[in-house]
Design a protein around this ligand. Sequence first.
Ligand code: NAD
Length: 499
Amino acid sequence: MHTIDHLRAAGLSETELTGGTLTVRSPIDGAEIAKVHQTPASDMPAIIAKSKAAFDAWRRTPAPQRGELVRLFGEELRKAKDDLGAIVTLEAGKITSEGLGEVQEMIDICDFAVGLSRQLYGLTIASERPGHRMAETWHPIGPVGVITAFNFPVAPWAWNTAIALACGDPVIWKPSEKTPLTAMACVRILERAMERFGEAPDGLIQLAIGGPEIGDALATSPDVPVVSATGSTRMGQIVGPKVTGRFGKPILELGGNNAMIVAPSADLDMAVRAIVFSAVGTAGQRCTSLRRLIVHDSIKDDLVKTLATAYASLPIGDPREDGTLVGPLIDAGAVDRMQEVLAQAKSEGGTVHGGAPVTEGVPAGGAYAAPAIVEMPEQTDTVREETFAPILYVMGYEDLSDAIAMHNDVPQGLSSCIFTLDLREAETFLSAVGSDCGIANVNIGPSGAEIGGAFGGEKATGGGRESGSDAWKGYMRRQTSTVNFSTELPLAQGVKFDI
Ligand code: NAD
């Protein structure tokens, strides 16, 4: 199927794809796909006001009915999976199976949110006063601003939206300016679900396409109580304080610098497969991509040799073709940045394997590079920084405590893992003195999380949690209420105040 057919099948019209000021290019070959219309920043107050009005109606809709809309959304996504996956591939450059996987993640979170819509549980709490009942209830909170990154153009929006809708909140979405088409297609799919649902208020889901000024309007508006922002730490450092400065709730999902410790007892066959998938999947452009390998000195040289051999035969090329495992980076700037960082690592004593730009056997005009392995004498400042490209730094260790210290000695705290068959090592890594990340795995790579768990990380990753577990609480307000069904009016803590 041709590109334009997928866009049409997703419901996008010629008018929407032409005549705008935002040029959309595919990283596959640099070709222009569309010129989409941007939302003027001056429209944001009206968009936010519409969202507020939608909130007034949506919060009155019982949660299980709200869940019915999410169920229909999941159904529409199932029907649109192939087309939406193809648009993700086209716009973000993911290989076909990863594009489809992202859509599957949207479907999975819908299923989760449908169940959740009947489980927004509060608590009952023992009161110290006779004839009193104390309870905690969760209520919808209001419009949720969702800012997303180019590398996961659809799944994080769906994590936020499926949960926000079930919780009773409208959503205003500002996608990455690099991936507006996937966003337009997603909203069209949700609109089909809303038509079938019949009673969704106008303005329940709105899309605002544009650059940082659109994100800024969401970050600064007191009428947007929750702003969920996915992207670089640099972006979070700007957006986060703006949201907290007006007492809004930010949910920050920022950069990672994820590591794997490989212990002497590790199943090396499994470790190698996990390393290659996590380090080169999505061309190293996942927030959870494996960027640092901390390997026991006794097995380091052999492991690097095995990895270098595996890397040398990686199929790099058009992500739409069967068999391709490494697609393009998002643009030529990302390839240039990768080269600069490799040169810097070399100047710090690194030995670089691979990493060169690739122009043969790949579509002309695309941004392709061979994934790199870099043996480092120590964890330098270059290693501590997140470079959004397939660079895997390798460092050695002797004692597990040193490996864990090196593991945690970076600004970011998203995802982590250890490969070991030693129970003590595994449990230490997961313990209070182990990994300081939001995600810590044993004998699994750091990327490819399931939606059932809370997703997010600590430190410069921003501290936000999205998706499963009790992340829904971030999209609601908590109310503690005490009801006195006695004929007395006792005060707490035994305070006397007789009049
Ligand atoms: P980016 O920070 O450049 O952009 C992300 C989004 O923020 C875009 O929509 C952008 O327009 C918006 N933005 C940028 N500056 C802004 C500002 N000043 N005010 C308001 N909005 C602003 O990130 P990117 O290059 O699109 O994505 C890659 C980064 O995202 C990596 O650092 C990656 O680790 C991170 N990421 C994190 C997660 C996670 O869940 N932790 C998931 C995906 C990506």
